[in-house]
Design a binder for this molecule. Structure first.
Ligand SMILES: [Zn+2]
Ligand SMILES: [Zn+2]
Length: 256
């Protein structure tokens, strides 16, 4: 299986997985980069997986369905380009001979879902849309901090080796904030240097892994003493784990 991030717009990736014959794509906000890749690789589009309703994730769905006849899968509880198969937590879908488990991850949007496959060429794979980013997490447009924290906890509990395919190249700006929150984290400093060098060569920083994110992502580390202390310095009223998470998210929103 080949896993390819197709760049779209300014900082989106449309993830494509293919076996040399058939392909699936995730969150095609634009059809054009997908159509070009299908032609270049001589593969047929079998399935389109969508994580949430934002236009930069759905804008190319109708054109791709029309051009290729691919089946479309998306969240059960969001407005989606019809027709599609609607999925929610604990549902499964089969594509390219693989089985994907659907995980409910509300927070960024109310009905956001993620797709997890336990075994793609011996390693697990996660398509998490705008919920988990490398070094950060999505903004809370529709869900509550408690929902987002539970969603991130569910993703953090996946196997260490899980490759994390996020939809945006936000890594450097996330790491700048992460270093401000967690300045003594050696793994974070090392990863920041590596990510800067990748971006200097116009290479994607993704996919990440769950193990790495658990080490460096402040939004997966909100129970660590250093993170709790930093969040309380930003918002003295933060006390329980949800308010610590909410303070951290608010701090990131305001951070330049
Ligand atoms: Zn979004
Ligand atoms: Zn997005």
């Amino acid at each position: 299986m080949k896993l390819i991030p197709l760049p779209a717009f300014t900082d989106n990736y449309i993830w494509m997985l293919h076996d040399g014959h058939q392909a699936l794509v995730v969150d095609p906000g634009d059809a054009q980069p997908v159509l070009e890749a299908l032609q270049r690789l001589s593969v047929r589009l079998e399935a389109i997986l969508v994580t949430h309703h934002h236009p930069d994730h759905t804008g190319g769905v109708n054109a791709l369905r029309q051009a290729t006849g691919a089946k479309v899968f998306g969240p059960a509880r969001e407005v989606m380009p019809e027709p599609l198969t609607r999925l929610a937590g604990d549902d499964q879908l089969q594509s390219l001979g693989l089985t994907f488990d659907v995980i409910d991850v509300p927070g960024h949007t109310a009905g956001h879902i993620a797709y997890f496959c336990a075994n793609v060429d011996e390693a697990p794979l996660l398509f998490c849309g705008d919920t988990l980013f490398s070094g950060g997490c999505g903004r809370l447009f529709e869900g509550s901090p408690a929902q987002m924290l539970a969603s991130l906890d569910a993703l953090a509990a996946l196997p260490d080796a899980t490759r994390v395919c996020c939809t945006h190249e936000y890594t450097l700006s996330n790491l700048k904030f992460a270093c401000a929150v967690d300045p003594t984290n050696k793994a974070l400093a090392d990863y920041t240097a590596k990510a800067q060098s990748l971006r200097a060569r116009q290479q994607p920083t993704l996919p990440s892994t769950i193990l790495l994110e658990r080490q460096i992502n402040p939004f997966l580390r909100t129970r660590q003493a250093t993170i709790v202390q930093a969040a309380k310095a930003f918002d003295a009223t933060a006390s329980d784990e949800v308010s610590i998470f909410a303070a951290l998210r608010q701090w990131k929103n305001e951070y330049q």
